[in-house]
Design a protein around this ligand. Structure first.
Ligand code: HEM
Length: 152
């Protein structure tokens, strides 16, 4: 695994990000903007499921907003990789980064559970409500851990 991170750090793309004056800051700004959009969409879906927000049926809200949330998450992952590449060997040993990846894993599994629960149990089931709460908490934790990477 260590060789993989070293190879990524030594790649042409990593060198380009390191040497360019704009690539790293641009990826960083895009990463943060996509996080903002992603979290706004996640909050709209989860708060509708939790009945904090009024509006169309939760399943319809989720069906309408999920494609945009998936698009924002794709931008987050792509720009996250650009942020990782230049110093991959150092960042993959950072405890906040490792915790962030673990919580992303949990959030994705929870998302799948929420999807199944919403289709099978209806939008008032305990499983749907619980996974909507876990979703809000876990994506917030991911964002906080992302910010912490620079400090630990
Ligand atoms: C596989 C997916 C991801 C990767 C590889 C990744 C990678 C990174 C890296 C390398 C940094 C810069 C750390 C530093 O050196 O300061 C960062 C920052 C950050 N990430 Fe991610 N990230 C990913 C997904 C996410 C997600 C899903 C969120 C939030 C929902 C997120 C939120 C943040 C935040 C808030 C920062 C701090 C930005 C700043 O302070 O300028 N990241 N990420």
């Amino acid at each position: 695994m260590t060789e993989l991170w070293a190879a990524l750090e030594g790649s042409g793309l990593a060198a380009q990000v390191r040497e360019s004056a704009v690539l790293y800051p641009a990826a960083n700004v895009l990463h943060v903007l996509a996080v903002l959009v992603f979290f706004a969409l996640v909050a709209a879906m989860d708060l509708r499921i939790l009945r904090v927000l009024r509006g169309p049926p939760p399943a319809r809200v989720v069906a309408q907003l999920r494609p945009a949330a998936t698009g924002a998450l794709t931008v987050i992952v792509a720009t996250g990789v650009l942020l990782l590449l230049p110093e991959a060997t150092r960042i993959v040993r950072n405890p906040a980064f490792l915790a962030k990846l673990a919580v992303i894993g949990l959030a994705v599994v929870n998302l799948a559970a929420n999807d199944v629960a919403l289709r099978r149990g209806g939008d008032r089931s305990f499983a749907v409500q619980a996974t909507a709460g876990v979703s809000l908490a876990s994506w917030l934790a991911v964002a906080a851990l992302g910010r912490l990477i620079a400090y630990v």
